[in-house]
Design a protein around this ligand. Structure first.
Ligand code: ADP
Ligand code: MG
Length: 352
């Protein structure tokens, strides 16, 4: 869990202010919209003519992450990604984050340093400024809450509610890998519990394990829309599985949808690991979650602009609301889409 096993400094040795200074000492400010960052009672931002988007996520140890296989640096990185993904899902540019941490005395300063190393790396790569936060103690475990801010012109902001019948339904990247990565990590954890000398061999699973431990938010997709001059009609990020996100778009936009099973983008590793675990790969894409890809709709007139783009796959189209939401299977069956897939996958998920 803690890479730095050499030294262990108790959190109380630094004190709250010392700890904040220590964790934030290498952060830099790069966004012109950041007028005042860390160090005052509040940050000051100026987005001039642009609109501001704000989103928050709270991650709780034992509920959202398991430190027995999640390195703290990855956790910090992922916590930022989860939030930036929501900003990009509004077709906005992410610009700032705040970071709030509650840690029990089980965590030495070095552990929080690692967490912060991941946060800082994400901030550097995604060009967002860390402009504030809060640091406090907890009686049990670690909690991390990140708030992300972003900006966009009013015309670009894309909500869940603008899809129209006949719009194309498009997804970025591929689906299901993060969920299968988690299955592999949990299996290895059980093996390790049974035999602590067992060395996990995860080489064959690199892609899916990385998708679970170190997801990347799709910063490139709003940039692509900008370059291609495409305005999506609705958009959402895929955090809970494709079916649940399609339902959100349909309900908010008052439309139906047809998704074609054969079009759902899957990495070859996902297909082979699903065979190994004897799970249906379509079900994993529909219900797995934590993909942090973007799901959006476009008007058919924009099809030529996105056609052939290796990052994007058209998986279906929207219909009239009364037609409902369906998956058209490879065998040409029409199955209703339900939240979290179409069978007892719900039970499997609850055991997580
Ligand atoms: P206050 O007492 O006003 O809440 P704090 O002492 O908690 O102020 O924080 C001092 C400064 O450090 C503030 O600018 C705050 O936003 C920032 N800060 C506190 N914790 C963190 C953190 N974990 N990451 C980044 N900035 C932080
Ligand atoms: Mg405070």
């Amino acid at each position: 869990m803690f890479d730095n096993k050499e030294s262990k400094t108790d959190l109380s040795e630094l004190g709250e202010f010392g700890l904040i200074d220590h964790l934030t000492r290498y952060l830099t400010i790069n966004q012109p919209s950041t007028k005042i960052g860390i160090g005052d009672d509040a940050a000051v931002l100026n987005f001039e003519g642009d609109q501001t988007v704000v989103t928050t996520d709270l991650l709780v140890e034992g509920v959202h992450f398991d430190l027995s296989f999640m390195p703290l640096k990855h956790l910090g990185y992922k916590a930022v990604m989860v939030n930036l993904s929501d900003v990009y899902a509004m077709n906005a540019e992410a610009t700032q984050i705040t970071v709030s941490i509650a840690a029990s005395n089980r965590f030495p300063v070095e552990a929080l340093e690692e967490l912060y190393a991941g946060i800082q790396l994400a901030a550097e790569i995604y060009k967002v400024d860390v402009v504030g936060g809060d640091t406090t103690s907890s009686t049990s475990g670690l909690m991390i809450s990140i708030t992300a801010l972003g900006k966009a012109t009013p015309e670009k902001i894309t909500t869940r509610s603008g899809a129209k019948p006949n719009d194309l339904l498009v997804v970025s990247g591929d689906l299901g890998a993060a969920y299968m990565g988690l299955q592999v990590l949990e299996r290895e954890k059980q093996v390790f519990k049974a035999n602590p000398n067992a060395q996990p061999d995860l080489d064959a699973y690199t892609y899916i394990v990385e998708r679970q431990l170190k997801p990347e938010a799709r910063k490139d997709i709003p940039e692509l829309f900008n370059a291609l001059e495409v305005q999506p009609t609705s958009m959402i990020d895929i955090s809970d599985g494709l079916s649940s996100e399609v339902i959100h778009l349909c309900k908010n936009s008052k439309v139906g949808a047809n998704i074609f099973e054969e079009k759902i983008p899957l990495d070859p590793t996902v297909i082979s690991v699903c065979e190994e675990f004897n799970i249906d790969s379509t079900m994993v894409a529909l219900s797995g979650g934590e993909d942090y890809e973007l799901l959006f709709t476009i008007d058919q007139k924009d099809y030529d602009k996105i056609k052939g783009n290796p990052h994007l796959t058209v998986i279906g189209h929207m219909t009239e609301e009364k037609e409902g939401m369906h998956l058209i299977t490879r065998a040409n069956q029409k199955l209703p889409i339900q939240s979290r897939g179409w069978n007892s996958f719900d039970d499997a998920k609850d055991e997580e």
